[in-house]
Write a protein that binds this ligand. Sequence first.
Ligand code: NAD
Length: 241
Amino acid sequence: MRLAGKTAFVTAAGQGIGRAIAEAFAAEGAAVVATDLNAGLLEGLAAAESFALDATDKAALQGAIRAAAPDILANCAGFVHHGTIADASDEDFDFAVSLNMRSQFHAMQAALPAMVARGSGSIINISSAVGSIIAAPNRFIYGMSKAAVIGMTKSVALDHVTTGVRCNCICPGTVDSPSLHDRLRATGDYEAAHKAFVARQPMGRIGTPQEIAALAVYLASDESAFTTGQAHVIDGGWTVG
Ligand code: NAD
């Protein structure tokens, strides 16, 4: 049990990557506090505690994290805006800032004091291969927000490098999740869109949430004690070239 004795707080644990991470943390012995905007999605999760939480609600998010004082924080909440710069409204931009960026800022700000006092902690922010590592079509707002996650991760890592608290981010390529299927359907031609997503994958397939969760377990555990401030790309070779 690689996470025995540790408490892990997970946002957006209801489905996709967040759920796989919560499940993997629990399977490795962590007491998981699983949260999601939609409480119904948390049913059946082997969590120590689970409840509805909107990651954009600063007071609720910070209150829940301070109460849990987790050893591990996994910031998974995020939304994909589809479109170029021409399609981007100020409201779309602000929403991505609020959900993809500010929620991680607030969550880390609430988790850090207890971690620093304890002299240990691992923060895992979900970024994306799309952003500062590679661009993808119609991901102007999304890429902006996920690039910022890498910047926040590096800053927090550097400022806490002597405290025993580590902060890394995971940059997944295309991963099979409920919202991916929504995005494929939204194109109007699910089959063609799915084919195009797979075609850009050198391995000939998209990833699974469980493959991302395996990396999260490593980053959460003491096995990764020598890595901090890194953007860990896991993308089936998409960005290799
Ligand atoms: P998903 O998009 O299918 O599910 C998202 C979950 O977030 C849902 O359970 C939803 O209820 C919850 N959620 C939405 N708004 C919320 C809020 N305000 N507060 C709390 N929870 C909220 O899952 P996914 O596709 O695995 O995405 C999870 C994360 O991984 C996101 O940050 C996403 O940007 C990132 N990511 C996904 C992929 C991919 O291909 N799926 C690739 C790279 C990065």
